[in-house]
Write a protein that binds this ligand. Structure first.
Ligand code: GLN
Length: 238
Protein backbone atom coordinates (compact mmCIF):
# COMPACT_ATOMS: atom_id res chain seq x y z
CA UNK A 1 0.00 0.00 0.00
CA UNK A 2 1.17 3.52 -0.59
CA UNK A 3 -0.05 7.02 0.18
CA UNK A 4 0.81 10.31 -1.46
CA UNK A 5 0.81 13.15 1.02
CA UNK A 6 0.48 16.62 -0.46
CA UNK A 7 2.18 19.31 1.60
CA UNK A 8 0.63 22.53 0.34
CA UNK A 9 2.81 25.61 0.15
CA UNK A 10 5.38 24.65 2.82
CA UNK A 11 7.50 27.66 1.82
CA UNK A 12 4.66 30.02 2.87
CA UNK A 13 2.67 28.13 5.47
CA UNK A 14 5.28 26.96 7.89
CA UNK A 15 4.30 28.41 11.25
CA UNK A 16 2.50 25.41 12.70
CA UNK A 17 5.15 22.74 12.69
CA UNK A 18 4.11 21.54 9.24
CA UNK A 19 7.28 19.62 8.56
CA UNK A 20 7.18 17.91 11.96
CA UNK A 21 3.67 16.75 11.17
CA UNK A 22 4.76 15.51 7.75
CA UNK A 23 7.66 13.57 9.30
CA UNK A 24 5.30 12.00 11.78
CA UNK A 25 2.82 10.95 9.08
CA UNK A 26 5.62 9.52 6.99
CA UNK A 27 7.26 7.57 9.81
CA UNK A 28 4.03 6.10 11.11
CA UNK A 29 3.24 4.92 7.59
CA UNK A 30 6.71 3.48 7.00
CA UNK A 31 6.78 1.66 10.35
CA UNK A 32 3.76 -0.26 9.12
CA UNK A 33 5.08 -0.98 5.67
CA UNK A 34 2.90 1.67 4.02
CA UNK A 35 4.98 3.64 1.53
CA UNK A 36 4.49 7.36 1.99
CA UNK A 37 5.52 9.76 -0.70
CA UNK A 38 5.58 13.47 0.09
CA UNK A 39 4.67 15.92 -2.64
CA UNK A 40 5.67 19.45 -1.73
CA UNK A 41 3.48 21.83 -3.70
CA UNK A 42 4.61 25.38 -4.22
CA UNK A 43 2.54 28.35 -5.19
CA UNK A 44 3.02 28.08 -8.95
CA UNK A 45 2.32 24.34 -9.12
CA UNK A 46 -0.91 23.12 -10.58
CA UNK A 47 -2.66 21.05 -7.93
CA UNK A 48 -4.19 17.77 -8.94
CA UNK A 49 -6.15 16.39 -6.01
CA UNK A 50 -6.67 13.09 -7.82
CA UNK A 51 -2.94 12.42 -7.19
CA UNK A 52 -3.22 13.00 -3.44
CA UNK A 53 -4.40 10.75 -0.60
CA UNK A 54 -3.79 13.15 2.25
CA UNK A 55 -3.38 16.93 2.20
CA UNK A 56 -1.60 19.02 4.83
CA UNK A 57 -2.33 22.74 4.78
CA UNK A 58 -0.45 24.70 7.40
CA UNK A 59 -0.66 28.22 8.74
CA UNK A 60 1.50 31.25 8.17
CA UNK A 61 1.77 35.00 8.68
CA UNK A 62 -1.12 37.12 7.34
CA UNK A 63 0.52 37.98 4.02
CA UNK A 64 1.47 34.39 3.25
CA UNK A 65 -1.93 33.15 4.39
CA UNK A 66 -3.48 35.60 1.91
CA UNK A 67 -1.22 34.48 -0.94
CA UNK A 68 -1.92 30.81 -0.32
CA UNK A 69 -5.65 31.37 -0.04
CA UNK A 70 -5.72 33.41 -3.28
CA UNK A 71 -3.86 30.70 -5.14
CA UNK A 72 -6.06 27.93 -3.73
CA UNK A 73 -9.06 29.76 -5.15
CA UNK A 74 -7.83 28.62 -8.60
CA UNK A 75 -8.38 25.02 -7.50
CA UNK A 76 -11.35 25.58 -5.24
CA UNK A 77 -13.79 23.34 -7.10
CA UNK A 78 -11.31 20.46 -7.32
CA UNK A 79 -10.53 20.88 -3.63
CA UNK A 80 -14.23 20.83 -2.83
CA UNK A 81 -14.77 17.67 -4.89
CA UNK A 82 -11.85 16.02 -3.05
CA UNK A 83 -13.29 16.96 0.36
CA UNK A 84 -16.84 15.89 -0.51
CA UNK A 85 -15.42 12.58 -1.74
CA UNK A 86 -13.89 11.99 1.72
CA UNK A 87 -10.39 13.12 0.77
CA UNK A 88 -8.27 13.42 3.92
CA UNK A 89 -7.13 16.91 4.94
CA UNK A 90 -5.33 18.18 8.01
CA UNK A 91 -5.56 21.97 8.09
CA UNK A 92 -3.70 23.91 10.75
CA UNK A 93 -4.41 27.38 12.10
CA UNK A 94 -4.36 29.78 9.12
CA UNK A 95 -4.91 26.82 6.79
CA UNK A 96 -7.94 25.84 8.84
CA UNK A 97 -9.31 29.38 8.87
CA UNK A 98 -9.07 29.79 5.10
CA UNK A 99 -11.32 26.77 4.52
CA UNK A 100 -14.23 28.76 5.98
CA UNK A 101 -16.30 31.59 4.51
CA UNK A 102 -13.98 34.36 5.67
CA UNK A 103 -11.24 35.19 8.10
CA UNK A 104 -10.13 38.51 9.57
CA UNK A 105 -6.59 39.70 10.02
CA UNK A 106 -5.06 43.09 10.86
CA UNK A 107 -5.39 43.89 7.17
CA UNK A 108 -9.14 43.37 7.16
CA UNK A 109 -11.54 40.65 6.08
CA UNK A 110 -10.52 38.07 3.48
CA UNK A 111 -12.89 35.74 1.70
CA UNK A 112 -12.05 32.13 2.43
CA UNK A 113 -12.68 29.13 0.20
CA UNK A 114 -16.11 28.33 1.71
CA UNK A 115 -15.27 24.63 1.75
CA UNK A 116 -16.41 24.35 5.35
CA UNK A 117 -19.34 26.11 6.95
CA UNK A 118 -17.46 28.24 9.46
CA UNK A 119 -15.92 31.71 9.74
CA UNK A 120 -13.18 33.46 11.67
CA UNK A 121 -13.36 36.89 13.25
CA UNK A 122 -10.46 38.87 14.56
CA UNK A 123 -9.78 39.54 18.20
CA UNK A 124 -6.98 41.92 19.12
CA UNK A 125 -5.84 39.66 21.91
CA UNK A 126 -4.06 36.57 20.66
CA UNK A 127 -5.04 33.23 22.10
CA UNK A 128 -1.64 31.88 23.09
CA UNK A 129 -0.73 28.94 25.27
CA UNK A 130 -1.06 25.26 25.91
CA UNK A 131 -4.33 23.59 25.08
CA UNK A 132 -5.89 20.24 25.93
CA UNK A 133 -9.00 18.73 24.33
CA UNK A 134 -11.09 15.65 24.77
CA UNK A 135 -13.22 13.80 22.27
CA UNK A 136 -14.88 10.53 23.19
CA UNK A 137 -14.15 9.09 19.76
CA UNK A 138 -10.43 9.05 20.67
CA UNK A 139 -8.95 7.16 23.58
CA UNK A 140 -6.41 9.84 24.37
CA UNK A 141 -6.71 13.56 24.97
CA UNK A 142 -5.45 15.91 22.26
CA UNK A 143 -2.66 18.17 23.45
CA UNK A 144 -1.01 21.10 21.73
CA UNK A 145 -0.14 24.75 21.67
CA UNK A 146 -2.30 27.50 20.21
CA UNK A 147 -1.30 30.90 18.88
CA UNK A 148 -3.98 32.73 16.92
CA UNK A 149 -5.79 36.05 16.75
CA UNK A 150 -8.68 34.63 14.81
CA UNK A 151 -11.77 33.41 16.63
CA UNK A 152 -13.47 30.66 14.67
CA UNK A 153 -17.18 29.85 14.83
CA UNK A 154 -18.15 26.42 13.52
CA UNK A 155 -21.95 26.54 13.87
CA UNK A 156 -23.43 23.06 13.82
CA UNK A 157 -20.26 21.33 12.68
CA UNK A 158 -18.63 18.75 14.91
CA UNK A 159 -15.56 20.07 16.72
CA UNK A 160 -12.26 18.21 16.88
CA UNK A 161 -12.66 18.29 20.64
CA UNK A 162 -14.05 19.94 23.71
CA UNK A 163 -11.62 22.35 25.35
CA UNK A 164 -10.44 21.20 28.79
CA UNK A 165 -7.69 23.79 29.02
CA UNK A 166 -6.94 26.77 26.77
CA UNK A 167 -9.06 28.92 24.46
CA UNK A 168 -9.82 26.87 21.33
CA UNK A 169 -11.93 28.03 18.40
CA UNK A 170 -13.20 31.23 19.98
CA UNK A 171 -12.73 31.16 23.77
CA UNK A 172 -16.52 31.12 24.24
CA UNK A 173 -18.11 27.83 23.31
CA UNK A 174 -15.42 25.40 24.55
CA UNK A 175 -14.98 23.88 21.12
CA UNK A 176 -11.74 23.55 19.24
CA UNK A 177 -11.23 22.67 15.59
CA UNK A 178 -13.61 20.88 13.33
CA UNK A 179 -14.15 17.46 11.81
CA UNK A 180 -16.05 17.44 8.53
CA UNK A 181 -16.07 14.16 6.60
CA UNK A 182 -12.32 13.37 6.48
CA UNK A 183 -11.17 16.94 7.07
CA UNK A 184 -9.63 17.86 10.40
CA UNK A 185 -9.13 21.57 10.99
CA UNK A 186 -7.49 22.88 14.14
CA UNK A 187 -5.58 25.79 15.66
CA UNK A 188 -3.24 23.36 17.41
CA UNK A 189 0.46 23.68 16.73
CA UNK A 190 3.03 21.61 18.42
CA UNK A 191 3.66 20.16 15.92
CA UNK A 192 0.36 18.48 16.55
CA UNK A 193 0.88 14.92 15.38
CA UNK A 194 4.00 13.68 17.25
CA UNK A 195 2.30 14.30 20.61
CA UNK A 196 -1.01 12.96 19.36
CA UNK A 197 -0.24 9.69 17.58
CA UNK A 198 -3.95 8.79 17.66
CA UNK A 199 -4.77 11.81 15.46
CA UNK A 200 -1.94 10.91 13.10
CA UNK A 201 -3.25 7.35 12.84
CA UNK A 202 -6.81 8.59 12.38
CA UNK A 203 -5.67 10.51 9.28
CA UNK A 204 -3.61 7.61 7.90
CA UNK A 205 -6.36 5.11 8.56
CA UNK A 206 -8.98 7.29 6.83
CA UNK A 207 -6.69 7.71 3.83
CA UNK A 208 -6.09 3.95 3.56
CA UNK A 209 -9.76 3.20 4.02
CA UNK A 210 -10.66 5.59 1.22
CA UNK A 211 -8.00 4.26 -1.13
CA UNK A 212 -7.98 0.53 -0.34
CA UNK A 213 -11.17 -0.05 1.64
CA UNK A 214 -9.04 -1.23 4.53
CA UNK A 215 -7.86 1.23 7.15
CA UNK A 216 -7.00 -1.02 10.07
CA UNK A 217 -3.53 -0.13 11.38
CA UNK A 218 -1.03 -2.31 13.16
CA UNK A 219 -0.39 -0.89 16.66
CA UNK A 220 3.01 0.69 17.27
CA UNK A 221 5.09 1.02 20.39
CA UNK A 222 3.94 4.50 21.44
CA UNK A 223 5.42 4.52 24.93
CA UNK A 224 7.31 7.80 24.48
CA UNK A 225 4.48 9.55 22.65
CA UNK A 226 1.98 8.52 25.33
CA UNK A 227 4.31 9.68 28.07
CA UNK A 228 4.38 13.19 26.58
CA UNK A 229 0.65 13.21 25.87
CA UNK A 230 -0.17 12.09 29.40
CA UNK A 231 2.27 14.42 31.12
CA UNK A 232 0.82 17.46 29.30
CA UNK A 233 -2.69 16.34 30.17
CA UNK A 234 -1.75 15.93 33.85
CA UNK A 235 0.07 19.24 33.95
CA UNK A 236 -2.82 21.30 32.59
CA UNK A 237 -5.93 19.35 33.47
CA UNK A 238 -4.85 17.38 36.52
N1 GLN B 1 -3.36 34.79 11.13
C1 GLN B 1 -4.05 33.75 11.80
C2 GLN B 1 -4.34 34.06 13.25
O1 GLN B 1 -3.50 34.57 13.97
C3 GLN B 1 -3.30 32.45 11.63
C4 GLN B 1 -1.95 32.39 12.25
C5 GLN B 1 -1.28 31.07 12.13
O2 GLN B 1 -1.49 30.35 11.15
N2 GLN B 1 -0.47 30.71 13.10
O3 GLN B 1 -5.43 33.77 13.70
Amino acid sequence: MNLTIGHLYPDLLNLCGGRGNIQCLMKRCLWRGVKAEIKECSLMDKLDFADLDLVLLGGGPDQQQYQACSRLRDFRNEFQAYIEDYGVVIALCGGYQMLGHYYDTEGGRTAGLSLLDLYTKENKQRAIGNIVLENSRFQLPIVGFENHRGRTYIGDNRPLGKVLYGKGNNGEDKTEGVIYKNVVGTHLHGPLLPNNPHICDYLISNALERKYGQGRLQPLDDEKELEVNQSLYKRFVG
